[in-house]
Design a protein around this ligand. Structure first.
Ligand code: C2E
Ligand code: MG
Ligand code: MG
Ligand code: MG
Length: 281
């Protein structure tokens, strides 16, 4: 670490550590107020079914409209929320809002919500999800929970009882960023997941790197053998889409199909044309 790196470097690192620590504390204080001030909002990114040629639902992605800094990405503030416990009220807000938005959509569409490991540390999350579904009057099968592989091997591992209860209710569960963790397949697939989502890093490189292409192909094969769904994340080109079509991937997501947009914007698109297809189709 910096403090043992020699006299010449100590000061430099201490100063920048101080600044980033201060920034972080300031952001943390602002985040405490963000929920009450209605500064958080969700954007929605479509899932596109390659065979059926239609949009099957949307993933809810969190954004923070900071009063001074503008829109802040979840990659920046979710870690702070996790460390401070703010992830609990924020996560509750996300699932309630996503379910209430879902209630305005045609019934053949689902919404996917991202969860942090820490949220499953609090068993009241189950009650929160059940209430959110009931209040919005939407079928549990239209809600999908996205969890990452790394979450399963974290210290919050025993979340499997909550996941099992959700699956029994009919809520679906997707394994996000699949292929990026270090866990064994047998461990990963202990629960009856509904879907796996191939991490975007493999999709990005699949046409230029044979190893990435092999990973994509084998994840799709695995999903087929297990009779579960498979989604490719981060599809940006028609060449990638074509390749995934030939490999029998079920669904794709990415800027080619649609960027994340506000609920209003989706509602307008669905209003005109409930079978919302896409230019890429
Ligand atoms: P994720 O769930 O894996 O979401 C995919 C990320 O890739 C999103 O970034 C999305 O905007 C981005 N993306 C989608 N298509 C493309 C593409 O074609 N190319 C590229 N380069 N990127 C694409 P975003 O919205 O910044 O979210 C980052 C991560 O933050 C998410 O990764 C998720 O892990 C986390 N996150 C987002 N919303 C929530 C939330 O409500 N709760 C929790 N706990 N985590 C969240
Ligand atoms: Mg996700
Ligand atoms: Mg992902
Ligand atoms: Mg991710």
């Amino acid at each position: 670490r910096a403090k043992t790196a020699g006299p010449g470097t100590v000061r430099f690192f201490e100063v920048s550590d101080d600044k980033s620590a201060r920034d972080r504390r300031a952001l943390q204080r602002d985040l405490e107020k963000a929920v009450g001030r209605d500064e958080l909002f969700l954007v929605y990114q479509p899932f596109f079914d390659i065979r059926e040629n239609r949009v099957t639902g949307f993933e809810a992605l969190l954004r923070w409209q900071h009063p001074v800094r503008g829109v802040i990405s979840p990659a920046e503030f979710i870690p702070i929320a996790e460390e401070t416990g703010l992830i609990h009220p924020i996560g509750e807000w996300v699932v309630r809002r996503a379910c209430s938005t879902l209630s305005n959509w045609p019934s053949d569409l689902r919404v996917a919500v991202n969860f942090s490991a820490a949220q499953f540390h609090n068993t009241s999350i189950l009650q929160t999800i059940v209430q959110a579904l009931a209040q919005a009057r939407v079928a549990p099968s239209r809600l999908e929970i996205e969890i990452t592989e790394s979450m399963l091997i974290s210290k919050y591992g025993p979340a499997s009882s909550i996941l099992n209860s959700l699956l029994e209710l009919g809520v679906t569960v997707a394994l996000d960023d699949f292929g990026t963790g270090f866990s064994s397949l047998t461990y990963l697939l202990k629960l009856p997941y509904t879907r796996i989502k191939i991490d975007q890093s493999f999709i990005r490189d699949m046409l230029t790197r044979p190893d990435s292409a092999a990973v994509v192909k084998s994840i799709i094969g695995l999903a087929q053998d297990l009779h579960i769904g498979v989604v490719a994340e981060g599809v940006e080109t028609t060449e990638q889409l074509e390749c995934l079509r030939q490999t029998s991937c079920d669904e794709v997501q990415g800027y080619l199909i649609g960027r994340p947009v506000s609920a209003d914007r989706i509602f307008a698109l669905l209003d005109q044309n409930r079978q919302w297809t896409t230019p890429a189709a």
